[in-house]
Write a protein that binds this ligand. Structure first.
Ligand SMILES: Nc1ncnc2c1ncn2[C@@H]1O[C@H](COP(=O)(O)OP(=O)(O)OP(=O)(O)O)[C@@H](O)[C@H]1O
Ligand SMILES: [Mg+2]
Length: 152
């Protein structure tokens, strides 16, 4: 799939989510160490849910989305720094991963040039996801970036 899906707000298919009965959610501080914490949590949950085949791809996508959320959160001087939030859904059809951050600005996928050292995260997410996107959240204000994974 292409990165263009990240350019328009969209939500995961509710019917697909209905098939993912296993759920977890985690609120994390927006720290540099947070992606590692999230990876450990995801690996643990997918093991418990007997979905280990989705671990590697889910962990990779989570690393990109959570790192982005943290980097964007860290750009601002907060009086009370907001967290990032992670929701994981799983079942036989696959996994859905949703990451909330307090930043209104949408993700801005771009075509990284050969010599660019950054700008590939969302392209990788789009390549590995069956579907991905973002949608704004009003309460609390911010947005959710998400990925649906159906291929281990
Ligand atoms: N959660 C987010 N909130 C706001 N802007 C975002 C978010 N995620 C990504 N972006 C914007 O989209 C751009 C592209 O993100 P992408 O992850 O593809 O590349 P990168 O983070 O710049 O570099 P890389 O992931 O390759 O280290 C970012 O530079 C940033 O401007
Ligand atoms: Mg990135």
């Amino acid at each position: 799939m292409t990165t263009s899906v990240m350019s328009q707000p969209s939500s995961p298919d509710p019917q697909f989510l209905t098939g993912l009965a296993r759920r977890s959610r985690l609120e994390l501080g927006a720290y540099e160490t947070t992606p590692r914490t999230a990876r450990g949590h995801i690996a643990q949950m997918l093991e418990e849910w007997s979905l280990p085949q989705f671990r590697d791809v889910t962990v990779l996508i989570a690393t990109e989305l959570i790192t982005n959320a943290i980097q964007q959160t860290a750009k601002y001087a907060w009086v009370v720094p907001p967290p990032v939030r992670l929701w994981l859904r799983g079942g036989p059809p696959g996994v859905a991963l949703l990451v909330w951050d307090a930043i209104a600005a949408p993700p801005a996928p771009r075509a990284a040039g050969e010599t660019d050292e950054t700008g590939r995260g969302l392209t990788i997410v789009a390549e590995l996801s069956a579907a991905c996107g973002y949608y704004p959240s009003a309460d609390p204000p911010g947005k959710v970036t998400w990925s649906v994974i159906t291929t281990p």
